[in-house]
Design a protein around this ligand. Structure first.
Ligand SMILES: Nc1ncnc2c1ncn2[C@@H]1O[C@H](COP(=O)(O)OP(=O)(O)OP(=O)(O)O)[C@@H](O)[C@H]1O
Length: 480
């Protein structure tokens, strides 16, 4: 029979071994927060701060935990987790336990979320443990992106009406998540934010947060690698009532970020919170995202925003000039609407530059002026693709700083990014192999040739790699 003090001693001994086998950052992140609470009949119970923490330990460190525990307590050793879960008012507040060595997550997943708000150490900004007090979160919404300013048309009918239904009962409809997808400048951000604004209007106490996927990823990377406060990050996101994540396709290839978002998604969904996601493609067409995430994106409603028809384009322009208190002749608005038809942002841009011209140069708002401007606009949007631009897009895609392409390193991810940049420079610009080499990492022409061959070969043999290259190609062509 063990004494109460034994559990601490046993855990200390385990930690000594674990410390020698994991990186210092991992040790600090994943083992220091663990509290040994009980040792009974060879069963050691450890308390962990969140379900995500438990799942992460089970996925990443189960072997080392099993080995060390058996070394300390013998072959019959068992581990139980006491998992602290956010207080959401659903039940009594006891932390629940999960038995090792089940490795069967359903036990945890099917459990109604239990409750315990525990704050042992002060939490740094910007993340605060929920349940201690109601959070005051700035929803990061643009007040202009409301429903009143969002013109209805057949291009957005389904998504808009689902959005209105959701804002009246967030988390309580079948549209969870609401997945809004479509091409650039078709109103995904506007509509997603309009839902957030309406929820805030109807339910001011609800915590609403808009975040785009790139910002989420940066926050995650900072929390994980720089500040070592991944738990605070997860707790913060798990406290949101309506989470709006814009441009989820940006998660492609970012596995750790996807993993964190997966846990946040599960937690919010299970606890009846609303998720709104936007993307440039339908879930079925998204590349580079894990299957388990994609399948969840299909749980609710996927609604596409398509290119607006002529009437809707005119109505959007009319609303805009009306809101700005400006009078523009109908034939001018119709002329703009009939010439710019693929992107609402460009439609608005044309109107704005025409108004600016007219104010600055005292020109009349006429169809001739509109025609001049549109001609210029169309010319100026066709930029040449340059080697610098290719390097920038490739680095952004892989989340790498631009300088690494010139770094003397054999790190696989960097070598591969450099090769892809060389490959596109060869196929999309007229530059010679030696110019490409000198501009990308100061290499010779043979290196560039080798890079092009490698990329071609890999595209034939590695599906995932091909998807990445095709994604980058789309970005390059689309933005040019
Ligand atoms: N139905 C609409 N009614 C009024 N304005 C709209 C409508 N749809 C889009 N807009 C306007 O068009 C512009 C572009 O919209 P938004 O930024 O939401 O597009 P997006 O689909 O998120 O684009 P991207 O994928 O490039 O981020 C915004 O100024 C928005 O207000």
């Amino acid at each position: 029979m063990f004494k109460a003090a034994d559990c601490k001693e046993v855990w200390e001994n385990c930690l000594k071994i674990i410390k020698d086998n994991v990186s210092p950052v991992s040790f600090k992140t994943w083992f220091e927060p663990i509290v040994p609470v009980k040792l009974e009949n060879n069963v050691l119970t450890i308390q962990v701060p969140s379900p995500f923490f438990y799942e992460y330990l089970e996925e990443q460190y189960i072997d080392i935990l099993r080995k060390t525990l058996r070394k300390e307590l013998g072959p019959e050793a068992k581990l139980e987790y006491s998992v602290i879960v956010e207080n959401n008012g659903y039940n009594d507040g006891a932390p629940f336990t999960v038995k090792f060595p089940t490795q069967n997550k359903t036990e945890l997943k099917n459990k109604p979320v239990s409750v315990q708000a525990v704050q042992e150490t002060p939490i740094k900004n910007p993340f605060i443990i929920p349940g201690i007090k109601k959070l005051n979160v700035d929803p990061q919404l643009n007040p202009e992106y409301n429903f009143a300013n969002f013109v209805e048309g057949s291009c957005n009918k389904l998504a808009r009406s689902a959005g209105i239904t959701i804002s009246q009962a967030p988390g309580k409809t079948a549209f969870n998540p609401l997945f809004i997808y479509g091409g650039s400048g078709l109103g995904k951000t506007h509509l997603a934010q309009a839902i957030g604004i309406e929820v805030k209007r109807l339910f001011p106490e609800k915590i609403v947060l808009y975040v785009n996927a790139v910002k989420f990823q940066t926050q995650f990377v900072d929390a994980y690698f720089k500040h070592n406060n991944i738990n605070d990050f997860l707790h913060f996101y798990q406290s949101i009532d309506v989470l709006i994540l814009d441009d989820v396709h940006e998660f492609a290839g970012k596995e750790k970020t996807q993993d964190a978002f997966f846990h946040i998604f599960n937690h919010l969904h299970q606890t009846g919170k609303q998720l709104i996601l936007t993307s440039d493609q339908a879930p079925a067409d998204l590349q580079g995202l894990e299957k388990r995430l994609l399948s969840r994106f299909k749980w609710g409603l996927s609604a596409e925003l398509t290119v607006p028809d002529f009437e809707t384009r005119v109505a959007i322009l009319k609303k805009k000039v009306y809101n700005d208190g400006i009078v523009v002749p109908n034939d001018v608005l119709e002329f703009i609407a009939s010439n710019i038809n693929q992107n609402i942002r460009e439609l608005e841009g044309a109107l704005i530059s025409m108004l600016a011209q007219s104010t600055l140069n005292g020109k009349q708002l006429t169809v001739e002026l509109a025609s001049e401007l549109i001609e210029k606009l169309v010319k100026s949007t066709k930029k040449d693709i340059t080697i610098d631009y290719i390097q920038k897009v490739v680095c952004e895609y892989f989340g790498l700083p631009l300088e690494v392409l010139s770094a003397k390193t054999r790190k696989r991810e960097i070598v591969q990014a450099r090769q892809i940049a060389m490959y596109f420079s060869k196929s999309l610009t007229k530059a010679s192999l030696s110019t490409i080499g000198s501009m990308i990492g100061n290499k010779d022409h043979a290196t560039v040739l080798h890079a092009c061959k490698t990329v071609n070969n890999l595209m034939e043999t590695d599906k995932r790699f091909r998807a990445q290259v095709e994604d980058i190609q789309k970005k390059l062509k689309y933005n040019s």
